[in-house]
Write a protein that binds this ligand. Structure first.
Ligand SMILES: [Zn+2]
Length: 240
């Protein structure tokens, strides 16, 4: 089992349901029960007001933890180098930003936790493919793809596409083959696929979403229900 640590570096962490994250049941990883907190430097160091890999490396390397984790996720709500969603830094430190992502998720009524969990699955699988060694940027460049099909390893050049990685993402055939070629077992890939089916919208919004994409069916169902109610109403009227 891969041990995962979460460190919140911005306000967005206080908006997450930390219990859902730290108590997530997985056959691949477990998350430390306490989400640690840290502080970002006051000033960014790029022309685009983003934090560079360099300044984040310096900041994170100064933070000391008593426990030993295989992967540490640093959660931000600020822009990072080249406006990426995630970055791999040294010693299996992964930066995950909610910058421009939080609004997209909220607009689509997708829980913010889904995005972090989706990122955890992504890098846990890469960690297993790396045979439990240190991840590098090359590891994600080898598997992330520009074509888009709701796969865990979609690049999401357009940040609005991130919603498809946050609601029951798939692992496409090409990525599955790549992971297995790198030594990840079929069982572990299947576990990831199965567990990701639990990444859903909350029930009310699932119903709303279903109605949106099936308007005609929803119309006929509502007509059918109205018809049934009419029959029941007539039946009970005759009884009394
Ligand atoms: Zn893929």
């Amino acid at each position: 089992m891969v041990q995962v640590r979460i460190v919140g570096m911005g306000n967005v962490v206080s908006e997450l349901n930390s219990i859902q994250i730290t108590h997530w049941k997985s056959g691949l990883f477990f998350v430390e029960k306490e989400i640690k907190r840290g502080i970002l430097p006051q000033k960014t160091d790029t022309n685009s007001w983003a934090y560079s890999d360099s300044i984040l490396e310096t900041t994170f390397s100064k933070m000391k933890f008593t426990s030993k984790a295989d992967i540490t996720f640093f959660i931000l709500d600020a822009p990072i180098e080249e406006n990426y969603l995630t970055r791999i830094l040294s010693e299996n430190r992964i930066v995950v930003t909610y910058y421009n992502v939080k609004q997209v998720l909220q607009k689509e009524n997708i829980p913010l936790e889904n995005y972090l969990l989706s990122c955890i699955y992504t890098y846990v699988l890469l960690f297993l493919a790396r045979k439990n060694e240190t991840l590098t940027l090359a590891d994600e460049e080898d598997i992330f793809h520009d074509y888009f099909e709701g796969c865990l390893f979609d690049m999401c050049g357009n940040k609005s596409e991130v919603i498809y990685k946050c609601v029951q993402p798939i692992i496409c055939e090409q990525c599955r083959a790549y992971l297995i070629s790198k030594g990840v077992t079929k069982d572990d890939v299947n576990i990831a696929v199965k567990e990701q089916k639990k990444l859903k919208r909350i029930l009310y919004y699932r119903i709303v979403h279903w109605l949106k994409i099936h308007p005609y069916l929803a119309f006929f169902i509502s007509c059918f229900i109205a018809f049934l109610l009419n029959i029941f109403a007539n039946y009970f009227t005759r009884l009394f």
